[in-house]
Design a protein around this ligand. Structure first.
Ligand code: OSB
Ligand code: MG
Length: 368
């Protein structure tokens, strides 16, 4: 393959419901869509970076800069036949995982279309459908949260994740646990605590949670190891894991017993698969995290979550939970909490051009 042309767009979608975490509040998302063209074929990728640097250091604007000025120019016109070869053209670029993930995804889509194979097959997925969970943000009050839990429970989602923050943690998790004694339940702190909060962690430890996600600093796997040693509930790392090497080190240190695989945080599907493989070898269960992806990125999440080590339901829910009108056909929906693999070539979805045009804030066409 040789990429002859790339189009970048910033596309804005309003969230059907605002989403609040310990680190930010969102009512709409601006994601970059990457379209690559090679020999009459087209591939699409999505860069699902937040527009503010509160979850990760990147932003939509840094992704645009890195894609436009470094990643795309490095890949443009080079000949490649594997994703490893494609990504090695921009390997000298440090970090910037979200930007890389958008371009890498477009290469996978192109590769799948050129071979007439669905992405899940290229990746080696073994599950025909994935069991999904939901990630519920911080609400105005406990009643509003309970209403959300009830709703998604009734829809058949397989597990519930609650966002927590100081002042919105033990009490709300306990209330949900009392209402649903057998519900598969987990919490995500997005780095809002320190080792001084051990009493809070111990209280959460008594609620029979599947896991506690990223309780401590985004860049600290040492204190996470200390905390894990004092808890029976598995710690799951999200923000701290940027590569397969990070995963190996965190497992070696005992910093976690579960890992959240997020395609964008890991710079793409290839590195995600590497993290999956290491975790599988080491007996660490994984699940697929999300960044409120539009249909393109969601299709990639569905495919990777079909790999055999994804044994915990992930944050890949039906797109109707997030958006009144997503960009792609066919829509990605959950039925009784399960999403089937997409069987079309590549990602298996197509953006609907007039929806895309309507939502585009900026575009750039790059040629050699
Ligand atoms: O920490 O997993 C997270 C959304 C934005 C930023 C960080 C996170 C999240 C979610 C939502 O939890 C996952 C989803 O439903 O896509
Ligand atoms: Mg998280």
């Amino acid at each position: 393959m040789r990429i002859e042309q790339v189009e970048l767009r910033i596309v804005r979608l309003p969230l059907a419901r605002p989403f609040q975490t310990s680190s930010s509040r969102k009512s709409r998302l601006d994601h970059i869509l990457v379209k690559v063209v090679s020999d009459g074929l087209v591939g699409w990728g999505e860069c699902a970076c937040p527009s503010d640097p509160y979850y990760c250091p990147e932003t939509t604007e840094t992704c645009w800069h890195i894609l436009h000025d470094f990643l795309v120019p490095s890949l443009m016109g080079k000949s490649w036949s594997t994703i490893d070869q494609a990504t090695s053209t921009y390997a000298p670029v440090k970090g910037n995982a979200f930007a890389k993930a958008g371009l890498e995804m477009a290469c996978w889509d192109l590769l799948g279309r050129s071979q007439g194979k669905p992405l899940h097959e290229l990746l080696g997925a073994t599950q025909r459908e994935i069991r999904s969970g939901v990630s519920l943000g911080i609400e105005r009050d406990i009643e509003a949260l309970i209403e959300q839990v009830d709703r998604h429970q009734a829809l058949g989602y397989h597990r519930i994740k609650l966002k927590i923050a100081p002042g919105w943690d033990v009490e709300i998790a306990r209330r949900v646990r009392e209402r649903y004694p057998d519900l598969p339940l987990q919490v995500d702190a997005n780095s809002a605590y320190t080792l001084d909060d051990l009493p809070t962690m111990r209280a959460l430890d008594d609620l029979n949670l599947i896991l506690i996600e990223q309780p401590l600093a985004h860049d600290d796997i040492v204190d996470h190891a200390r905390l894990q040693a004092q808890l029976k509930t598995p710690i799951c790392l999200d923000e701290s894991i940027h590569s397969a090497a990070d995963a190996r080190k965190a497992i070696d240190l005992g910093s976690c017993r579960v890992i959240n695989i997020k395609v964008s945080r890991l710079g793409g599907l290839l590195e995600s698969k590497r993290v999956h493989d290491i975790c599988r070898d080491r007996g660490i269960p994984v699940w697929c995290g999300g960044m409120h992806e539009f249909g393109i990125g969601r299709a990639a999440n569905v495919a990777i979550a079909g790999l055999p080590g994804f044994t915990i339901p992930g944050d890949v829910s039906g797109s109707d939970r997030y958006y009144d009108e997503d960009l792609v056909e066919p829509p990605i929906l959950a039925h009784q909490g399960a999403i089937r693999m997409l069987e079309g070539p590549g990602l298996g979805v197509e953006p609907v051009i007039d929806r895309l045009e309507k939502r585009t804030l900026r575009r750039a066409l790059l040629k050699p």
